[in-house]
Design a protein around this ligand. Structure first.
Ligand code: PLP
Length: 390
């Protein structure tokens, strides 16, 4: 007779204790104020350097107003998936705004970046196809690739030589199959940028397609924050452009921008789109307003303020200029990273400790993010409060 398994409660309790013992236990922190560069947590006001709200739009009055107005017009719940009766006028307006902003023929929105990846990648690639991805790609790209059943080939971070070698392998060993390359314009835990121009050439030469996640690139790079592909002049060489609406755009959700065929195909094949209730119309209205702001002179000014803050921080820490608004300090040991984060918290700064599985084991770090909404005194205060690094 087989020994009986532990009860669920025993399994859960033991697992949580094991996580705690190695510094990997997470708990939730409740914020009792709007998201902004100053937030209230446990009755304390903290300077917030943990958010991806790079332009300070999450609590922008125009986004609130747009959401309230749409709430009055269309209500909140959408009742069904987009394919049943859940396509609201606000969704269509948002997708037109995205396509115009990204200068693509078309766009389709999803309820989150995670859902966009999980819907799109397995719709494009399946068993027998090949997905080639950067080692530091976000979990949603990794999970979506696994779900697709395609053969996965991982290249070391930004290693163009290995990318080319995988492309060569796919062209010879998988001739006639679809080959999809996955990259991010800015890597979310390291803050460095992809060598996009250099990637575009071999992927085209080998007839592969590029899926680019601009989650941390839109709102930060390019004319009025159109993204890294725009700023490097390679947007027309990216077949599938993904972006999120919950970071620099200050709203919620995500999009895939590309051809009209791509949109129509995903409407028919992306399971996270087909089998999920559509997001509330006020959320879509807020995101549409965010694109309007980004495309306006105010958008250009916000991107300018963000980069001023990035330069101010780097100069105060005697660092080379940062590639993005994400500034990590590598610590290594998980418990040491948690302790550094706690010290900063005690001093009034919210700077999270990033640990496995968000990064590799032993590569724990403090991850700071800057926003256009931070004041120079706040940025300088953070620079002074951080531990000295070797
Ligand atoms: C590259 C990338 N893709 C997708 C996501 C997930 O987006 P969302 O939070 O909208 O699910 C993130 C979030 O950090 C990300 O960095």
């Amino acid at each position: 007779m087989k020994a009986s398994a532990a009860s669920l409660e025993e399994f859960l309790g033991t697992s949580l204790m094991e996580m705690e013992a190695v510094g990997l236990l997470r708990t939730l922190r409740t914020v009792d104020s709007p998201q902004s560069v100053h937030i209230n947590v446990n009755a304390r006001n903290l300077r917030n350097f943990s958010s991806n709200d790079y332009l300070g739009l999450a609590n922008h009055p125009a986004l609130r107003e747009a959401a309230f107005e749409e709430w009055g017009r269309a209500g909140f719940g959408t009742g069904a998936s987009r394919l049943l009766c859940g396509t609201m006028a606000a969704h269509e307006r948002l997708e037109s705004a995205i396509a115009e902003f990204k200068r693509t023929p078309s766009a389709l929105t999803f309820s989150s970046g995670y859902a966009a990846a999980m819907g799109t990648i397995p719709a494009i690639c399946t068993k027998g196809d090949v997905i080639i991805l950067d080692k530091l790609c976000h979990a949603c790209l990794v999970d979506a690739s696994r779900l697709s059943g395609a053969d996965m080939r991982v290249f070391p971070h930004n290693d163009l030589h290995m990318l080319e070698s995988h492309l060569k392998w796919a062209a010879t060993s998988r001739a006639g199959c679809r080959v999809l390359v996955l990259a991010e314009s800015v890597y979310s835990m390291d803050g460095d940028a992809a060598s996009l121009r250099e990637m575009a050439e071999p992927k085209a030469r080998f007839g592969a397609w590029l899926f680019l996640a601009e989650a941390h690139g839109v709102g930060v790079f390019g004319e009025n924050g159109r993204g890294l592909s725009d700023s490097l002049g390679v947007a027309d060489r990216v077949e599938i452009q993904m972006g999120t609406l919950g970071k620099a755009l200050g709203a919620h959700g995500a999009y895939i921008a590309g051809s009209c065929h791509l949109r129509n195909f995903l409407i028919n094949r992306a399971r996270s789109f087909i089998f999920s209730t559509s997001p509330p119309a006020p959320v879509a209205a807020a995101a549409t307003k965010a694109f309007e702001i980004l495309a306006s002179p105010e958008g250009g000014q916000l991107v300018g303020s963000l980069w001023r803050n990035i330069r101010c921080f780097c100069s105060a820490r005697s660092l080379a200029d940062s590639a993005s608004a994400i500034l990590p300090i590598l610590i290594g040991d998980e418990a040491a990273a948690v302790s550094a984060s706690t010290t900063l918290l005690d001093a009034g700064f919210l700077v999270p400790a990033i640990r496995y599985p968000a990064v590799a084991k032993g590569a724990a770090r403090l991850r700071m993010t800057l926003s256009a909404a931070h004041s120079e005194p706040d940025v300088l205060a953070l620079a002074r409060a951080l531990p000295e690094m070797p």
